[in-house]
Design a protein around this ligand. Sequence first.
Ligand code: NDP
Length: 331
Amino acid sequence: MSETFKALVLEEGKKAPVASLRQLEQAGLPDGEVLVRVSHSSLNYKDGMILKGLGRLARKYPHVPGIDLAGAVLESSDGRYRPGDAVVLTGWRVGEAHWGGYAQLARVKADWLVPLPDGLSPKQAMAVGTAGFTAMLAVQALEDHGLLAGEAEEVLVTGASGGVGSVAVALLARLGFHVAAVTGRPENQGYLEDLGARAVVPRQALSGAPGKPLLSERWAGCVDAGGGHMLAHVLAEMRYGGSVAACGLAGGATLNTTVLPFLLRGVNLLGIDSVMCGFESRVRVWQRLARLLPGSALEAMTTEIELAQLPDYADRILNGKLRGRTVVVLG
Ligand code: NDP
């Protein structure tokens, strides 16, 4: 039986897309094997860009954004999923090239879904969301390159009060690393310490070109959501053989560095991409997130909003004004 549902729809505008809340028909959904009743989605930096038309990430209008979603299967023509199954989706360019999670119904490919892991509710899964999934990928990349818990030097997290940063701080602390959180907002010091940061570093201390290609060795590893000048500075301060997991560009896409950290200190610059990640790895990452992240940490970093608030919150995430993760409630 076909039903109507509420969605946030973007239409092409002269300068930027125009968002409105609408009732849509189920028959108008894009193709896919699985129809999901979406209970929660989230706001990520990329959603902010799509909502405001930056970077031309979404090109076909009308468009339903939302790069992640959690909910329950309503209909499935794929044997892997049955009505009532709890599922979660991040990546695969959903919310960019395919209608996404800012709607009460979504029709998607079965290959894009992952069963909701035991221990996480749909709301908690979206408190993690794409940002938290990326943080886990980044931490695993550092571990795969030899980072061990309990080492003397600290592991740095940049953009620490944002979505990727908050989850990275909580995960690293839980795994026994000594975490130093970089923030441009000193008022978030208590928040970051509560998530597990041992030290809070002002962003100013790492901004600007490093001056010399190599500075004193300070960091055992780094989850970098900031990019830009800050990343160049961090590379110059990595200890011998240390790794930086580069996730984001909140501080800019230009990287002005030299080859010296790589040649003389064996530093590894690891690129993290959460969009294309195979099913087996995705399931493992979600299960590890469910095991590691305490509900209390997720609660502390989460703000809940409704669809109608998204355009305002998009401005706020792009201006670095949000703290932690923002969950969108569709129910
Ligand atoms: P948020 O906006 O939640 O967090 C970004 C944080 O970066 C801010 O909270 C702020 O933290 C800091 N920041 C803001 N402006 C600047 C600036 N000008 N210079 C340096 N730091 C700044 O975004 P997300 O956590 O969702 O995403 C962070 C980045 O990671 C984005 O670039 C996003 O596109 C990318 N990303 C990449 C993914 C991948 O697969 N590679 C997946 C998900 C996200 P504070 O105030 O504490 O300094």
